[in-house]
Design a protein around this ligand. Structure first.
Ligand code: ADP
Length: 402
């Protein structure tokens, strides 16, 4: 600016000098030539710079940082866990779609306590706002459904405006699996401990009071063998389950004809059926019935279902195994007994590990409570389903649908 001023002063001075020359008697042409020469000289000595051609924009204020909220709002929208943005007063400024799905529309501008009253969450937020350090706690919600979250609050590094992110990581499923695992270990230990305690009891009796009683010893040994067999069945079933879990994500890739599989299962269960006075009737179509599967696992499925039908439906005397392939439905194998049936409230839980309608009844029939859990695991791997229909006093039907 100063530069521009001095050049204009030089031009005005040139004009004044030309006027003075004219005034002191020089010819007007001479005065004009003098003016042009002097201005030309000024231009040569001090040519105008490129930066002087337009008006110079000068901003006396430092630049204001842009509001970070819109870009944070766009970023949290890309996350699939509930995230909210709060201001320094713990007021809600934005929420992503996942938060809206989980907690509904929270209404921007509201204080966070309008939705979360838990002192744990509110204290944690207050502390983070005061100290600027992130915090997290575990928090449970009962409605609309039981959920467990890790709630975390952390400041966002922004230019100027203090913002805080409140995020919710849902760990309900992890908790459920943890509980299932520990229930399973507790159940398995309990199932093993019972026969083990009985074995120890008999050994002590045989070492002490029944030391010289040959008849009692013989009776006890038979019971001990029974208990040892029970433990071994349980360990076999547990191993079978854990093997299945290991390959749950690998679907079988061979074609298996169900006709020879079912024939084999009927033959292997023939001695048990004869002992129970039950007849196993197979109703198979003429043609091959092929499904994608693993033969040994399918044998295990039908052994479990047909053995259960013989054991629990013994009173009905017959077990029917019917195979049908229907367009639009797929291949179905139905195992039907005419036993006492299963009360409706038990049906949805039959495939849970160690779930039994009647524990004593199952134990007396050499059950482990794991048979249908194994069946379900195998069928899941085969992309097949187990459907259970049962009517009290009429019987039960277990259908495998491929
Ligand atoms: P278990 O080793 O006890 O037989 P399963 O998992 O095979 O264990 O079956 C779970 C429970 O389901 C059994 O204890 C029994 O109470 C019931 N159940 C299974 N099949 C039948 C059936 N065909 N009729 C009646 N109850 C059945």
């Amino acid at each position: 600016m100063k530069h521009l001023l001095s050049r204009w002063l030089a031009i005005v001075a040139s004009a004044l000098m030309a006027l003075a020359a004219w005034y002191s008697g020089a010819a007007p042409g001479y005065a004009l030539v003098l003016f042009v020469l002097l201005v030309g000289l000024v231009m040569v000595v001090d040519p105008p710079g490129a930066n002087e051609r337009g008006p110079t924009i000068v901003n006396p204020q430092p630049a204001m940082p842009a509001d970070p909220l819109p870009s944070i709002r766009a970023s949290i929208e890309a996350l699939d866990i509930p995230v909210l943005v709060m201001g320094a007063g713990a007021d809600l400024l934005a929420q992503n779609a996942a938060a809206e799905r989980a907690f509904g529309d929270l209404g921007e501008g509201q204080h966070v306590s309008a939705r979360w009253r838990s002192p744990g969450i509110l204290d944690m937020i207050r502390e983070t706002i005061e100290t600027g350090t992130p915090n997290q706690i575990e928090h449970s919600e009962r409605l609309p459904s039981e959920r467990v979250y890790i709630v975390r609050v952390a400041p966002v590094e922004t230019d100027g405006r203090p913002l805080f992110l409140l995020s919710f990581r849902d760990i309900s499923e992890l908790r459920r699996l943890d509980r299932m695992r520990s229930d399973f270990v507790a159940n398995a230990s309990h199932e093993l401990r019972t026969p083990l305690a009985s074995l120890r009891g008999f050994i002590e009796t045989m070492q002490g009071p029944a030391k010289d009683d040959a008849k009692a010893k013989e009776r006890f040994l038979a019971i001990m063998l029974d208990q040892a067999n029970r433990m071994s069945r349980l360990v076999d079933d547990l191993l079978s389950l854990s093997r299945l879990e290991l390959k749950a994500h690998l679907p079988p890739d061979q074609m298996v004809d169900l006709k020879p599989v079912l024939g084999h299962v009927r033959d292997s269960l023939a001695p048990l059926a004869a002992d129970l006075g039950v007849e196993i009737r197979l109703d198979l179509p003429e043609e091959k019935i092929e499904v994608m599967g693993e033969r040994d696992e399918l044998v295990e499925v039908f052994e479990n279902l047909i053995e259960n039908a013989c054991k629990y439906g013994q009173d009905g005397k017959v077990v029917d195994v019917v195979v049908r392939r229907e367009p639009g439905v797929g291949t179905e194998v139905r195992v039907r007994d005419r036993g006492p049936g299963i009360p409706a409230e038990h049906v949805p839980r039959l495939t849970e590990r160690f779930y039994r309608v009647n524990v004593e009844d199952s134990r007396s029939k050499k059950g482990t409570g794991l048979g249908l859990a194994i069946v379900k695991h195998i069928l899941t791997r085969h992309r097949a389903r187990l459907l259970v229909k049962s009517e009290l006093g009429v019987g039960s039907e277990f259908t495998v649908r491929f």
